[in-house]
Ligand binder design. Structure first.
Ligand SMILES: [Zn+2]
Length: 413
């Protein structure tokens, strides 16, 4: 992996304690605790702007305005990713720190933030209100303390992480900066208890079966797409899957038919497949195709009247998140571990499906971490966030970031 070794050779990660001894870095780390109210208020304000995948523009514009107010050069790319730049002494290499803008909630969801004691409640407050507030807070803290990085730091609020967004925002960022990019830090949700270094591979497929359609009584005996879908689906859910490597499937959405007394002309099904192993994913995808094919065949063979038309079927890939894994000797992971040690934090390695899947699948160093505080109920209307202690998560992210970007020596400023 050439890019990973580029990071290893160019500079070992700076230790967190030597970083924190530098007056500017110390000032940036201390900035968070002094500005907690501003950070919490920003998080609420951003959360209250609806931002379903593919409709992130308004929230993006707000993030852009805050970056611009800090005097950072900022641009919006053609997908809607907002990218601010903190120019380093070495502008030929960069580190990306990113948080996704989008939520799983439709635009008409009530996203007004409610307060219950110290707890904030609103759909999207933690995932990813916490990450968004954090990248903006990190930008402000670095600017306020006049920290100049060695490598350029790109701070991005990206589109398309959730659902059928299919990581399109991160794909575009990686495409755009590929040659200069040395590491990626994704801030997603709350907490400081984990670090995602393994990308969970997933595939999403849509099954469509069509037929002639007809009357439930007079055309009885004709092939029925819903029957075929049910026959195929029953076969598929009986497919054996391994406990290890952990592999899952979900029949998540089903559609079809027009009325109870019509033989439908169409049946559709969306399926989500995930696995720790790319091979299992390939096997499961081909099992789905075989089962649907057999379901269609069974329905056709059982039809009493085949003269009235036949069934057609397709299985299309509607989403794919590639897998990947950070090496145990990763400088980025070493920087995160150094930050944890310095802050007295403990975190466990996780495998998950995040924006970090894209760089990890390409051999680019990447992790996803929470941005501090505590949260829960992600993707539900009961989602909540408690900001107490969030400054530690922010310091952890910043020390990891500066660990891999480096800080420019005094004379280079
Ligand atoms: Zn998220």
């Amino acid at each position: 992996m050439p890019i990973r070794s580029a990071l290893s050779q160019a500079a070992r990660p700076l230790s967190s304690s030597s970083l924190a001894e530098q007056p500017q870095v110390r000032a940036a780390l201390d900035w968070f605790a002094k500005n907690l109210k501003w950070i919490n208020d920003l998080q609420s304000a951003l959360t209250e702007i609806p931002a379903p995948s593919f409709q992130e523009e308004k929230r993006a514009a707000s993030v852009r305005a805050v970056f611009a107010a800090e005097g950072l050069p900022v641009q919006t790319d053609k997908l809607g990713n907002v990218i601010a730049e903190l120019r380093g002494a070495n502008d030929k290499e960069c580190i990306l720190i990113a948080a996704h803008l989008d939520t799983v909630f439709p635009a008409d969801t009530n996203v007004k933030v409610q307060h219950e004691g110290d707890r904030l409640l609103a759909p999207g407050i933690s995932d990813n209100g916490t990450g968004l507030a954090a990248i903006v807070a990190i930008a402000r803290a670095l600017q306020a303390a006049k920290v100049r990085p060695q490598r350029t730091i790109l701070l991005a609020a990206n589109v398309g992480e959730e659902g059928e967004g299919n990581l399109r925002g991160m794909r575009a960022l990686i495409d755009g900066y590929r040659t200069k990019l040395r590491a990626v830090i994704v801030l997603d949700g709350s907490g400081t208890d984990h670090v995602t270094t393994k990308a969970l591979a997933s595939r999403r497929l849509e099954v469509v079966i069509t037929g002639p359609g007809g009357h439930s009584w007079s055309d009885f005996g004709m092939v029925n797409p819903i029957n075929a879908l049910v026959r195929g689906s029953v076969r598929f859910i009986n497919t054996k899957i391994p406990v290890s490597p952990r592999t899952t499937f979900n029949l998540g959405q089903v559609e079809g038919g027009t009325s109870v007394n019509s033989i439908p002309h169409e049946a559709k099904l969306k399926v989500d497949l995930r696995s720790e192993s790319e091979d299992e994913l390939v096997r499961l995808e081909s099992a789905l195709r075989d089962c649907i094919s057999t379901g269609v065949k069974d329905e056709t063979e059982n039809a009493r009247d085949r003269s009235k038309g036949k069934l057609e079927w397709t299985v299309d890939l509607i989403g794919s998140r590639p897998g990947g894994e950070l090496g145990a000797d990763s400088p980025l992971l070493a920087a995160l571990r150094a930050a944890d040690d310095y802050l007295g934090n403990q975190s466990r390695i996780e495998r998950s499906s995040t924006d970090a899947n894209i760089p990890l699948s390409l051999g680019i160093e990447a992790i996803a971490i929470g941005a501090g505080g505590n949260g829960g109920g992600a993707h539900s209307l009961q989602e909540w966030y408690e900001p107490a202690g969030r400054e530690m998560g922010l310091q952890r992210a910043m020390l990891t970031l500066l660990g891999v970007s480096g800080v420019a020596p005094e004379k280079a400023r």
